[in-house]
Ligand binder design. Structure first.
Ligand code: CMC
Length: 457
């Protein structure tokens, strides 16, 4: 979790140090504390005591308490339920900003002025088209391909269309790659949708806004101009803003780790998409809807909750968060948004099941004591579904939004002089050295070899 890096806070901690005594040797060690952290590499000074003669390492599976970077992009206070992009509260951005403004903010650190915004929107709009071979590439997928698999592959494939993007330390190349990714991902996402539906692809309409154009590519049929429902447009804009960044989560860490090898940005972003696909991360909104489908009726909710509490591996999807332990501020905004959308589309059985799940879980000791509250994904799936997006497409919508955060984090990592190729340590638990003795049957020398030799003549 990020600490707010104010000069005042840094000054207070500069003189502080952590004093520890190694009880094995009685030696004392002092580690400077800066910004609420000690350097894990300082621990190397203390001998591990292992026969390899190395220094002590910190052991932190799943990075529960390890800061891997300094970042000025997103601030989260999980206990207080705070989320800010570049200092701006998520509530204000969701209410008043638009997605491209937020994408600019995440990368550049300040909101764009009118000139910067107009030029950014122009550039994004100009690059929405994809090479026809990307279209053909997408057509090669099976009729039932998961759109996240299609999106991931197509984004990785873009690296082959833009070989100059490998010059990641050229600011112009970085800029055009970032524009291309933001511009083309909605097009690829929409093409994936149309492919699975067996519908003809709709090309970008550059008269429309980012979100309207995306909806047009998804939903337009024979009408010459697609006009989206303004409530849906605003809902999607807000959902994109809420999902734009979330500091060092699984997919962002994947982008940073893969990007730290200095690979091109298309390959690094495809690593982020792959991580997001998982049901414990971006795939959770899809998993919520599947879970609701399995529950089937509001009357089955209590039995389902008991099953979850039974601890047989079943989880209440859309509940709990690694960082938020009081509430997820995004969930509060999304719940309000859900009310607006449901006013248009009406209540249905699935929504009733969701509300019943929420009601019971929020008053049940198991969930309360573990600080398990609805997270952003609990409601987003319901909104997407009421907008008629198929369940498999939910994580794709998340990926479109998160691309802006991944790109900002990727560039910050590249320009950070302290960063090197990501390479965690391990604690080896395997066998000690032993000699090789084959356990296979001895190779047969027989007619197959002779026949092959005969063919060579
Ligand atoms: N349902 C039931 N029990 C749960 C749940 C849940 N959703 N989440 C955590 N627990 C229990 C868990 O079994 C453990 O209990 P115990 O202490 O008795 O062993 C305790 O709560 C702590 O869980 P944890 O696994 O240590 O928590 P974590 O921080 O590692 O996991 C999480 C965070 C989000 C992966 C997890 O809460 C989860 O699997 N939630 C469901 C999936 C989900 O909704 N994911 C979307 C996250 S928000 C979008 C994003 O940022 O990606």
């Amino acid at each position: 979790m990020a600490k707010s890096g104010t000069t005042e806070a840094s000054a207070k901690t500069e003189a502080s140090a952590l004093e520890v005594t190694d009880t094995r040797s009685g030696e004392k060690h002092s580690f400077p504390i800066t910004d609420g952290s000690i350097r894990a590499t300082d621990l190397k000074k203390i001998p591990s005591g292992d026969e390899d003669g190395g220094g002590l390492v910190s052991y932190d599976p799943a990075f529960l308490n390890t800061a891997a970077c300094r970042s000025s992009i997103t601030y989260i206070d999980g206990d207080k339920g705070i989320l800010r992009y570049r200092g701006y509260p998520i509530e204000q951005l969701a209410e008043r900003a638009n997605f491209l403004e937020v994408a600019w903010l995440l990368r550049h650190g300040e909101l764009p002025d009118q000139k910067e915004y107009d030029s950014f929107v122009h550039d994004i709009t100009y690059h929405t088209y994809v090479h026809e071979n990307i279209r053909k590439f997408l057509e090669g997928f099976r009729y039932d391909a998961h759109p996240m698999a299609m999106l991931n592959s197509a984004v990785a494939a873009l690296a082959s269309f833009y070989p100059d993007s490998r010059n990641i330390f050229d600011p112009d190349q970085r800029n055009i790659s970032m524009i291309r990714l933001l511009a083309k991902v909605p097009t690829i996402a929409a093409f994936s949708y149309r492919h699975v539906k067996g519908l003809p692809f709709v090309y970008p309409d550059n008269d429309l806004s980012y979100v309207e154009n995306f909806l047009s590519m998804v939903a337009r049929m024979s009408e010459p101009k697609y006009e989206a429902n303004p409530v849906f447009v605003r809902a999607l804009e807000i959902l994109f803003i809420l999902h734009a960044d979330h500091e060092q989560n699984c997919s962002t860490s994947a982008v940073r780790a893969v990007g730290s090898s200095h690979v091109d940005p298309f390959s690094a972003m495809s690593a982020g998409i792959a991580a997001l696909f998982g049901p414990l991360h971006g795939g959770a909104n899809e998993a919520v809807l599947r879970m609701i489908g399995e529950i089937g009726h509001p009357k089955n909710v209590p039995a389902f909750i008991e099953e979850v509490k039974g601890g047989k591996g079943q989880r209440l999807m859309g509940f709990g968060h690694r960082v938020y332990k009081s509430y997820d501020p995004r969930a509060t905004i999304v719940k309000k948004l859900a009310d607006d959308v449901f006013k248009i589309v009406g209540m249905d059985k699935d929504l009733e099941i969701a509300l019943e799940l929420e009601r019971i879980a929020l008053s049940d000791e198991y969930f309360v004591s573990r600080k398990l509250y609805p997270n952003v994904d609990f409601y987003t799936g319901l909104i997407y579904r009421s907008m008629a997006f198929p369940t498999e497409f939910f994580t794709v919508l998340f990926a479109i939004a998160r691309m802006s955060g991944w790109l900002a984090q990727w560039e910050e990592m590249l320009l950070d002089k302290e960063q090197k190729i990501a390479r965690p340590r391990q604690i080896y638990t395997g066998p000690v050295e032993r000699d090789y003795t084959s356990r296979l049957a001895p190779p047969k020398v027989g007619p197959r070899v002779a026949k092959k030799d005969a063919l060579r003549q």
